[in-house]
Design a protein around this ligand. Structure first.
Ligand SMILES: NC(=O)c1ccc[n+]([C@@H]2O[C@H](COP(=O)([O-])OP(=O)(O)OC[C@H]3O[C@@H](n4cnc5c(N)ncnc54)[C@H](OP(=O)(O)O)[C@@H]3O)[C@@H](O)[C@H]2O)c1
Length: 298
């Protein structure tokens, strides 16, 4: 466990929502020693249930809430907007309306609030203009929180992966072990981001009591999904996680249609975050290596 003791000034009682998700699991696993963490998965706490939220907040009187819970099925959200909006837009508003005035809210959001048309990295001040239902619901969630609790902290991230569960990394490893060749989109750019580094950054934000507003965090550098896939294969072969090398071909978004449109540029400007939490992070390739080193062969 990484040491955060020097970062946190006083003990904190923190509630974590979404503890069963890929990010939530890592936030739980990396809890600093001076944090009393109450971590709830979906089955234990439904963030859409205001009565449940109220009971929890009254009982625990938390000093901070970390919300990693979300409806994250980007394509399915196009078919089920009501589910995406209930969890991603309305529920964050409920948390903000229900939690004690003295309790901070740290809410996780996404690069999908942007349309991806900007040529440079997106700064927190750039206007949100989502191109799909998921992005719209997440942007509304940010607004619902800040409307009721302007002192909240919204942390946007992108292209999140972990060594477990269903995400781009685990999907690629599985497909690379099963298929003879792969086609991967090469005209969407972003920054692969490990749940390990994001959890570390979240705890740094927890320790900085006075920070509020919108911040961005990803690992360092950028890539297309194709470049990410090639690097996964290169590193996995070097670590003997895969038995054979298969051809990976770049394709355009037009050649790989999905129900939800995706932003072409998802790169986030995190300069302000690095300065304020005094942490620069690592190149995404190094974070990928750190994750792969803990995996078993596919
Ligand atoms: N994954 C990415 O690439 C990515 C990129 C940018 C931002 N983000 C943001 O990062 C955060 C964490 O994402 P993640 O990748 O860890 O997602 P995840 O693995 O899908 O985890 C989300 C968790 O939220 C839970 N949940 C859903 N509805 C809930 C409800 N009503 N009450 C309580 N819990 C509920 C889910 O439980 P069930 O599975 O049981 O429904 C799941 O365990 C989210 O805010 C997401 O929008 C993710």
């Amino acid at each position: 466990m990484k040491q955060f003791d020097e970062l946190a000034e006083k003990p904190q009682r923190v509630i974590l929502f979404g503890a069963g998700g890929q990010l939530g699991q890592q936030v739980s696993a990396s809890r600093p020693e001076n944090v009393e963490l109450h971590a709830y998965g979906h089955a234990e706490a439904d963030i859409c249930d205001q009565q449940q939220l109220q009971n929890l907040f009254e009982e625990l009187q938390p000093s901070c809430i970390i919300n990693t819970a979300a409806y994250t099925q980007v394509d399915a959200a196009e078919q089920h907007p009501e589910m995406a909006f209930a969890v991603n837009a309305d529920a964050p508003g409920l948390i903000a309306a229900t939690c004690p005035d003295t309790c901070r809210i740290i809410h996780i959001s996404t690069d999908f609030v942007f349309d991806g048309l900007k040529q440079q990295a997106y700064s927190p001040e750039d206007e949100g203009r989502p191109v799909n239902v998921y992005g719209l619901s997440k942007l509304q969630g940010e607004e619902n929180i800040l409307l009721r609790r302007p002192d909240s902290l919204i942390l946007r991230t992108a292209w999140l992966y972990s060594g477990e569960g269903k995400n781009f990394l685990t999907t690629m490893l599985r497909l690379m072990s099963e298929k003879e060749s792969l086609h991967v989109v090469d005209d969407q750019r972003g920054t692969p981001t490990s749940v390990n580094s994001l959890a570390h950054v979240i705890w740094r934000f927890v320790a900085k009591h006075d920070l509020q507003g919108i911040y961005h965090w990803t690992d360092q550098g950028e890539a297309s999904w194709f470049e990410f896939a090639c690097e996964i294969q290169r590193q996995a072969l070097a670590l003997d996680l895969l038995e054979k090398k298969i051809p990976v071909h770049p394709v355009s978004t037009d050649e790989y249609p999905t129900p939800a449109k995706r932003p072409a540029n998802s790169v986030l400007d995190k300069e302000e975050t690095c300065k304020i939490i005094q942490y620069k992070g690592n190149a995404w390739q190094d974070e990928l290596k750190e994750t792969l080193q803990h995996l078993l062969p596919y």
